[in-house]
Structure formats: structure tokens, C-alpha cells
Ligand binder design. Structure first.
Ligand code: PMP
Length: 388
């Protein structure tokens, strides 16, 4: 087995791959991409037939789970953060550098895969209430996984603060020249910019500019802010930006009523969230730099209960063969609520973030425990709409 200790560069293999006269760019046949990074972005926009029929609007969803490295929109973000760091010399491939990140899982999975592809190690700090599927996946991708008890962001033991500290410790203690790099998805501008440069323009092209509303949850806020900025720039104020918020998150009140939680209330709410929601990946109780960069562009918010999300997940399997993760189910509930408020024929776009395979042990287990498979068997559009 040949394992290169340096990145493989096409330039070095030009003579083996093509006639000497060929440049690396025309070695490529149509449909080839270079490395797994090349299979990130340009995801399909799926017309969800059942939700379109139920609402009389075109309900479309960006199939972000098809990003090839970590199977979520976080591939775009992780790649952009890594490329930015490489451009600044903060990360150097095969120097022994480690990427540290605080994440509920998706960003960690993308970082772990891309770290392998580009010559780094990954150390992922995550709260210990997240699904075991994500932990297993991270371990199989070769990341060091540090699970920390759920804490408010003000605590030094919050998963984000632990990751930041570990990166500093690495750089301070490295015997070689290797560095620790804290990716910092919550505050890094490279996050929303990945959507501003990638997802937003793709949606604009794929809808021919006809989009009327964009609906998304916020974990870091990168998706909603980056897309909002691009789409509003293209269509001025016409396109409605709607936040989909699970129960227990503070953002709904922030957007709807302008209420900011005090740190004490924030901690209290955070604790309640742990017991209140099965949804992973979205819903926060602070305004991050990423959310702030698009906060004023958010026109409305829809609060979604777990029960609504669970029923929607079941509905999507039943009617569309779409096996959605929990945040995707929340997005789809909010997309339907948004569509119902718009004139018939409007175009509403949301995001299919990740697959239900990552949520079997929590979210889908609850679907079975509630007997939803049988209950939703005969469910018609009117029944679905009545639950929203
Ligand atoms: N869905 C899932 C499954 C996620 O993990 C995340 C991010 N934590 C999101 C949605 C939200 O994306 P963003 O961070 O861009 O707000």
C-alpha cells in the first residue's frame, strides 16, 4: 500500500497522466473533480412535490447533504475556513498541524474529512448530548473527539471555549514547528462568506431569480446570513428571509420581538433547551458574529415544536422518500408555514441539511416511540397543515 507523505499534486504526475503537451487543467475529463474538495457545492435544488401540492407554492430545497466530504452544508464552510487559513499561512499541510473546532457535529465531520484530504489532524470538541452516530463517524474519520458536558457559553468549559484553549495549548507546547489552528465557525467570517459565494449564487441561478422566500435555521447563523446577504443584494428587499427556530432557542424572540436574553436568562433557556428539543444543529441563545452579519436582513421567524418536526420528518419519508435529519425537518415545517402566508405559486427555498441516518438513535427513535409511523400512514395534506 502506497501512502504518500506529501500531498499528491497533479502537476507532478503530468507525464504519467497525459501527453507532455497537456496542462493539468485539460487532463480532466468532463465530470471529473480534483479530490473530495471538488465534490463540494453545486448541489441540486429539489422540488418537494408533497409540500408544493399541500401549499400551492413551489417548495424547493437545496440538497446540501450531497456535499461529498461530510454530507452537510458545513463542507462549504470547513473548506473555506481551511483555505483561508492556508492562504494566511496559519495552516501548512503535512507540518503536523491540527485543526481544533467546537461543534455539535456537522462542522466537525466536514473538518475531520477535509483535514485527512489536505494533510492535517482534527481535534473536535462537542457537547455530550449529541447523537452517538456523529461521534462514531468522527472517530472513524480519524479525529480526536472530546465530549464535554453541556455548559453555557460563559463557562470556560463550553465546547467552543475548550476547543479554542486546546488550539492555544498545542501551539504553545509543540516541540516541532506544528501549530494548532482554532477554526472558530461561530465567529469566523469565512463561514457566512462560503454561503455568500457558493450557496446563494447557486440558488439564484437555479431559481432563475424567481425565489420569493428563503427559510433556514441558525446554528452559527452562517447559512441564513450568507444567503440573505446574497439574495437581498440580487433581489433587493423582495425576497423574504425567514428563520426556522426550534423550541428552546432564543433567536425567535430576538427576531420577532427584539428581545435579547440577559446572560442569566440565556443560561436558563439553554438548560431548558436540553430537555425541550430533540433537534440538533440549530437553535442558539446568543447572537454570533455570523448571525450578526445578516441579522437585520431576517424578516420573520417561525417557531417549530419537536412534535411538528417529528411529524414532518415522517411525512417526508412517507410522501417523498426524503429521509431528513432533525434540522431539515424544522426547516421544512417553517417553509410550509411561510408558503401558507404567501400568494399561491410563490417560490420558497429551504435547505436539506443532513440525512436521517445521523439521527436514528434520538430523533427517529422518538418517531417510533410515539407510534408516528402508523399514525401518519393515512395522513393527508389537510392533516399535515392542521398540525402546523
Ligand atoms: N443543520 C445542521 C445539522 C447543523 O449541524 C447546522 C450547524 N450546526 C445547521 C443546520 C445550521 O447551520 P448554520 O451553522 O449555518 O446556522
Amino acid at each position: 500500500l502506497f501512502i504518500p507523505d506529501e500531498p499528491v499534486r497533479l502537476e507532478d504526475h503530468e507525464s504519467a497522466l497525459a501527453s507532455p503537451a497537456s496542462s493539468p487543467s485539460n487532463i480532466f475529463e468532463e465530470g471529473w473533480v480534483e479530490g473530495i474538495e471538488g465534490a463540494i457545492g453545486n448541489t441540486p435544488l429539489v422540488l418537494i412535490r408533497s409540500l408544493s401540492a399541500a401549499t400551492g407554492c413551489l417548495v424547493l430545497a437545496k440538497a446540501e447533504f450531497l456535499n461529498a466530504a461530510g454530507n452537510s452544508p458545513k463542507d462549504r464552510v470547513a473548506l473555506n475556513m481551511i483555505r483561508d487559513a492556508e492562504a494566511q499561512g496559519l495552516l501548512v499541510p503535512f507540518r503536523g498541524d491540527t485543526i481544533y473546532e467546537g461543534t455539535v457535529g456537522s462542522t466537525g465531520i466536514s473538518i475531520a474529512a477535509l483535514a485527512r484530504a489536505r494533510g492535517y489532524k482534527a481535534h473536535i470538541c462537542m457537547p455530550d448530548d449529541q447523537s452517538v452516530e456523529k461521534v462514531n463517524l468522527l472517530t472513524h474519520l480519524g479525529a480526536v473527539v472530546e465530549r464535554v458536558p453541556v455548559q453555557p457559553i460563559t463557562s470556560p468549559e463550553h465546547f467552543v471555549n475548550v476547543a479554542r484553549r486546546r488550539a492555544k495549548e498545542h501551539t504553545a507546547s509543540a516541540e516541532t514547528e506544528s501549530k494548532g489552528f482554532f477554526a472558530d465557525q461561530f465567529e469566523s467570517e469565512a463561514n457566512w462568506q462560503a454561503h455568500y459565494r457558493g450557496t446563494g449564487p447557486e440558488i439564484w441561478r437555479q431559481t432563475g431569480g424567481r425565489i420569493d422566500a428563503f427559510v433556514s435555521g441558525a446554528g452559527t447563523g452562517g447559512t441564513i446570513a450568507g444567503n440573505a446577504r446574497y439574495l437581498k443584494e440580487m433581489k433587493k428587499e423582495d425576497v423574504k428571509i425567514v428563520l426556522a427556530d426550534p423550541h428552546g432557542s432564543g433567536l425567535y424572540n430576538r427576531i420577532r420581538h427584539g428581545v435579547m436574553y440577559s446572560p442569566t436568562e440565556r443560561e436558563g433557556t439553554r438548560r431548558r433547551q436540553q430537555v425541550d428539543t430533540l433537534v440538533e444543529g440549530i437553535g442558539i441563545n446568543r447572537v454570533t458574529a455570523n448571525l450578526e452579519s445578516g441579522r437585520e436582513l431576517i424578516d420573520d421567524a417561525v417557531r417549530v415544536t419537536d412534535e411538528q418536526a417529528l411529524k414532518m420528518a415522517r411525512w417526508l419519508v412517507e410522501h417523498d422518500g426524503i429521509f431528513a435529519g432533525s434540522s431539515t425537518a424544522v426547516n421544512c415545517v417553517a417553509a410550509v408555514v411561510t408558503a401558507m402566508k404567501l400568494p399561491k405559486g410563490s417560490m420558497v427555498v429551504t435547505v436539506l441539511c443532513d440525512s436521517g441516518t445521523r439521527h436514528l438513535s434520538k430523533f427517529y427513535k422518538q418517531i417510533t416511540e410515539m407510534g408516528l409511523e402508523e399514525k401518519t400512514d393515512e395522513m393527508q395534506s389537510d392533516d399535515l397543515l392542521a398540525t402546523l
